[in-house]
Design a protein around this ligand. Structure first.
Ligand SMILES: C[S@@+](CC[C@H](N)C(=O)[O-])C[C@H]1O[C@@H](n2cnc3c(N)ncnc32)[C@H](O)[C@@H]1O
Length: 352
């Protein structure tokens, strides 16, 4: 068994794969306010679908559920069938950083405990084009609750999640990438334990009892237990926070010079060959189109200048982030290739 297989086997069959609860998902829905009757919802990083099932049940709307790990999705499929929700839930195995969805095709993006995998701001930047005008986002994110945390959790999370920040920090990020913050609330401490850590702790004990655990896998188990210990001890200093956001169509995202276009097409986040969506809720709304820059091409000069700047590692990270943001906003053709080119050029400039 590889460390990766061991890791996933610990989480398969758990009620959820991260902190949360039905009552917090309900609370988030309540705080989102009045939602239109017919909603298009997408649950990103749905895992075995604890939130997906609740959303489909409560909203009585179709929910697209996306995760990259097939066994989690199989568990969701079986639960959806048992609960009679199969017709409302569309399950898709996929990578939420490379979605193939048409722009403006959802009214509500849900994501519990998964945005951290790319980073809060980056996730919002990548997912924003999916939202139709008036669209909302509800996501949970591990967040500092105090300005100066104790050394032990600070050092632990600095390594485990270097991008972790405060509620104010995340709210600024959300605003920077084109959202209004409707509300936030911290998940209760029980949300870590009832459906997540306690079953996981039992799973770890059973795993140790039934396997001769190799060192690489033991390292994963010990790290997970250490995380639990830190949560147990310092739960007042950090927590999972629900962020409830609304698309800000008046947001002034970074202005982009219009010169020779690299690409003007923004038909889908990843696959431009699908052609522009034609629904009336698509990017045809003039205000959204101009403000998001969907018709504003990224100039070739900007790309070339970006590629030629000699940078250090920190600047490289910022540069890639900035560029990925532009790519997501513009739905550039061959975005991945452009990012790979940047990476190569920057690495070459560092080596030389
Ligand atoms: C912490 S779990 C949260 C799962 C679920 N939302 C919950 O609260 O129980 C994160 C989930 O994101 C999924 N995931 C990680 N990276 C992903 C990616 N790039 N695309 C899609 N899913 C991803 C994992 O398989 C996992 O199910």
């Amino acid at each position: 068994m590889t460390p990766e297989e061991a890791f996933f086997s610990l989480y398969e069959g758990l009620p959820r794969q991260g902190p949360g609860s039905e009552s917090s998902t309900h609370e988030a829905l309540r705080r989102l306010g009045k939602l239109p009757k017919s909603l298009r919802v997408i649950d990103l990083g749905c895992g075995s679908g604890a939130s997906t099932l609740l959303l489909a049940r409560e909203l009585n709307s179709p929910v697209v559920a996306i995760d990259q790990h097939a066994p989690f999705l199989e568990a969701l499929a079986s639960n959806a069938e048992q609960e009679g929700l199969k017709s409302l839930i569309q399950i898709r195995q996929g990578d939420f950083t490379q979605l193939d969805e048409s722009p403006c095709s959802y009214d509500l993006i849900w994501s519990e405990g998964a945005a951290y995998l790319v980073g809060f701001e980056q996730a919002l930047t990548l997912w924003r084009p999916l939202l139709a005008p008036g669209g909302r986002v509800a996501l949970t994110e591990l967040t500092w609750l105090v300005p100066t945390p104790s050394d032990e959790p600070r050092i632990f999370w600095k390594k485990a999640y270097p991008g972790m920040t405060t509620i104010a920090g995340n709210c600024s990020s959300a605003e920077r990438v084109g959202f209004r913050v409707l509300d936030t609330f911290t998940l209760p401490a029980d949300d870590w334990w009832n459906e997540y850590y306690r079953p996981l702790r039992r799973r770890i004990a059973a795993f140790r009892a039934s396997h001769t655990v190799p060192r690489t896998i033991e390292a994963i188990l010990s790290e997970t237990e250490r995380e639990m210990h830190i949560v147990e001890r310092y739960s007042k200093e950090f927590g999972y926070v629900f962020y409830l956001l609304e698309l800000d169509e008046n947001a002034q995202l970074d202005a982009i010079e219009d010169e020779e276009p690299v690409s003007t097409q923004r038909s889908s986040i990843r696959d431009p060959s699908r052609g522009a969506a034609t629904s009336s809720r698509d990017g045809g709304t003039p205000s959204r189109k101009s403000k998001l820059g969907s018709s504003a091409p990224l100039s070739r000069r900007s790309v070339i200048e970006t590629l030629n700047v000699p940078v250090d590692w920190e600047a490289r990270v910022q540069l890639e982030r900035k560029f990925t943001q532009l790519v997501a906003e513009l739905g550039l053709i061959r975005a991945q290739e452009l990012i790979a080119t940047i990476r190569e050029r920057v690495e070459a400039s560092i080596d030389s």
